[in-house]
Design a protein around this ligand. Structure first.
Ligand code: B12
Length: 189
């Protein structure tokens, strides 16, 4: 990793062809029963350490704050690598990120949405079980009259699911998440 950075390889190449590609292999091996949770944890630790090395380059200091984004992994979900990557790229693009962390109940998203009424709320889920909690968060915010735009993402999430549960946006990766947030701000959504 450090060598790749020192050799000035493009950061998106290191990220996509190195870190993310490696993580996909871990996921495939886990599905086939060749890896178990400890191996996923090792991969996650390696990925997190790698992302920290990339962080300074990804999050180039921006003076301008274009808007605020509240991010969190929904209740029951401990996965945070993808969410963190979305947060880093958003920060790099000039957004302020309020990161609630993992395993966040709807009530915590509500508190943050009340504190930051202009912020976009981003929900992350990596499990087919926890993605159902996104519905709960959206219902809680809307029934409380909170109008923050809501975007969702995570490996099992699809555009169709996003539309079905009434999310305002979906992005399949961190780069698209930045484009989505920018276009929502421009359109005043
Ligand atoms: C690392 C990992 C773990 C680590 C997580 C560590 C951490 N701190 O995150 C640990 C070991 C803790 C873990 C645990 C479990 N895991 Co796991 N895990 C993975 C693995 C290998 C990689 C996930 C990852 O980080 N990917 C890399 C990032 C960059 O990609 P990403 O998360 O998809 O994020 C991108 C997009 O989705 C999007 N995105 C993400 N969030 C958001 C949010 C918004 C708002 C937007 C717009 C976009 C967006 O942008 C991101 C960046 O580009 C995946 C397999 C895989 N290939 O996905 C399995 C996987 C997700 N895990 C799985 C399972 C089953 C589990 C466990 C249940 C295992 C167990 N028996 O205990 C537990 C559940 C724990 C829990 N309650 O959450 C399954 C899920 C199956 C399913 N469909 O439900 C997978 C798919 C493995 C598999 N092939 O079976 N896991």
């Amino acid at each position: 990793m450090q060598t790749a950075i020192e050799q000035s390889l493009p950061l998106d190449k290191i990220l996509n062809e190195g870190l993310i590609a490696g993580m996909e292999i871990t996921g495939e091996k886990f599905s086939k029963g060749l890896y178990f949770v400890p191996e996923m944890l090792f991969s996650a630790k390696a990925m997190k350490a790698g992302l920290e090395l990339l962080r300074p380059g990804l999050a180039l200091q921006q003076e301008l704050i274009l808007g605020k984004v509240i991010l969190g992994s929904v209740q029951g979900d401990m996965h945070d690598i993808g969410k963190n990557l979305v947060g880093m790229l958003l920060e790099g693009a000039g957004f302020e990120v309020i990161d609630l962390g993992v395993n966040q109940p709807a009530s915590n998203f509500m508190k943050a949405a009340i504190d930051f009424p202009q912020a976009i709320v981003g929900l992350s889920a990596l499990l087919t079980t926890t993605m159902q909690k996104m519905t709960v968060v959206i219902a809680a915010l809307r029934s409380a009259g909170l109008e923050n735009p809501i975007i969702i993402g995570g490996a099992p999430v699809t555009p169709a699911f996003a539309a079905q549960i009434g999310a305002d946006g979906y992005a399949k990766n961190a780069t698209e998440a930045v484009q989505l947030v920018k276009s929502m701000i421009q359109k005043g959504i």
